[in-house]
Design a protein around this ligand. Structure first.
Ligand code: ADP
Ligand code: MG
Length: 422
């Protein structure tokens, strides 16, 4: 068995990483479990909000956050969590804890409490979180994955058959595309999700995955690198080339994604860098297929094969039967409710300079949303538009993978046509 029970971990020292937590608040039961944290009022100059876990003070005391009442009364747009949560729901759940991660309602809602502009605003510590705290997660999931119902009437179906992608990018769209990338998130069924994990468990996951990567063959074969063993220059080059995650995201840090950075984080890539896996970014594994140009079907086919190879490899190395954390209704289980279901984001990087100049990011994103897609900046979520935009499917739950790729293709074709007519 690879599962180990929830253990408290000590925070890193400043010599180990760029950011350090030295002011550690005593664990308050039952609101807190998992990695150490500081609170907003005790965070000192040695705390890095881009990496360290900083909790709202009320939540650290397992109390309804007055901040959330303020946001709700402000009339400003609320996160999905902010829309769903009430003091009554908080009271109903505040003395509960999930079994594997020890996940609490306080930890679940910290991101949206600290950052009201976050879109989703809550995270899960394990599969049980989604069921135990259903008054929170059900409306969040149904609001994000519009049209999907968690009342038992719907089941999520996975279908990675490339032959079911029946439409293609137009030549006009292809000529503007720099690169195509499709990724899925996967979590190992026998570990809690990472927001509740500290260094030890992330390192355990990384060493298991190293053995799995060693089993890959052909165009999937390659090398794994840990953040702790790469030089700063190597890491930066991979980030600049869009291959590697950078951490350094305040909203994600507030969920516990980046605690004890960079321990246990890494990347595997094939020799061509067309098949990659991220290790312990947020989810345990992000499986990625990418290449220059707009051959979406080729990218999808490689991804489909890669997912299967990783699943088979984990089975071989561990002897476990159930490999990826999943649920008949929720599909693939992920830390962020936005990724449930397929856990897939299929994107292109596309050059549409006239549209960027005339409409700007917000308008382009608004147009994409009407086609069930979204626009991101030139280097990923929460980044600026420099030269290119990233267009990808928005929905992930209740649809087959091939249908979501078709959402993306339709939107990209439309944007390319608008660029040509601008
Ligand atoms: P995700 O969380 O879905 O994997 P992010 O928005 O966090 O995606 O971006 C992760 C990295 O992947 C960033 O460096 C981003 O620029 C890169 N990326 C996303 N789509 C593409 C693409 N089509 N081509 C090249 N790089 C991409
Ligand atoms: Mg991301």
């Amino acid at each position: 068995m690879w599962f180990i029970s929830c253990a408290f971990v000590t925070s890193r020292t400043s010599s180990e990483s760029p950011a350090a937590v030295t002011t550690v608040v005593p664990q308050a039961e039952p609101a807190m479990s998992g990695p150490n944290y500081v609170t907003q009022s005790t965070a000192g100059s040695d705390t890095d909000p881009f990496f360290d876990l900083i909790l709202n003070d009320d939540l650290a005391n397992n109390a309804w956050p007055t901040k959330l009442t303020e946001y709700k009364n402000s009339g400003d747009k609320l996160s999905l969590m902010g829309q769903a949560m009430t003091p009554e729901i908080f009271d109903k759940y505040k003395d509960k804890k999930t079994k594997s991660a020890g996940w609490t309602i306080a930890r679940a809602i910290n991101t949206g409490t600290c950052y009201p502009t976050s879109f989703v605003g809550c995270h899960a510590g394990d599969l049980e979180s989604y069921h135990l705290y259903s008054d929170l997660y059900t409306p969040v999931i149904e609001n994000y994955h519009v049209g999907y119902k968690l009342d038992g009437s719907m089941k999520h179906i996975t279908d990675m058959d490339v032959s079911k992608i029946e439409i293609d990018l137009t030549p006009e769209a292809k000529s503007k595309i720099i690169s195509t990338r499709i990724r899925v998130a996967r979590n190992l069924a026998f570990f809690p999700l990472n927001p509740g994990n500290g260094r030890e468990r992330r390192e355990e996951i990384a060493s298991l995955l190293q053995k799995v990567f060693d089993t890959l063959e052909g165009d999937l074969a390659g090398t794994m690198y840990l953040h702790t063993s790469m030089t700063a220059e190597q890491t930066q080059q991979l980030v600049d080339d869009h291959f590697l995650f950078r951490g350094k995201d305040k909203m994600q840090a507030a969920s516990g994604y980046h605690v004890q950075w960079p321990h246990g984080r890494g990347i595997f890539h094939s020799h061509s860098k067309e098949f990659l896996c991220w290790i312990n970014e947020g989810d345990h594994i992000r499986i990625i297929s990418m290449e220059k140009g707009g051959d979406v079907k080729r990218v999808f086919e490689r991804l489909s094969r890669g997912i299967k190879a990783i699943e088979d490899g984990v089975r071989k190395v561990t002897g476990e039967a159930d490999i990826f954390m999943s649920d008949p209704v929720l599909g693939m289980v992920t830390c962020c409710p936005s990724n449930l279901g397929t856990a897939m984001r299929g994107s292109v990087h596309i050059l549409v300079p006239k549209l960027i100049a005339s409409l700007g990011f917000d308008k382009l994103d608004e147009i994409a949303r009407t086609m069930n897609c979204q626009v991101r900046g030139s280097s990923g979520e929460h980044s600026e538009v420099v030269d290119r935009i990233d267009i990808s499917n928005w929905r992930r739950l209740g649809f087959k993978e091939c249908d979501l790729i078709q959402d993306m293709i339709r939107c990209v074709n439309k944007m390319a046509e608008m660029e040509d007519n601008a």
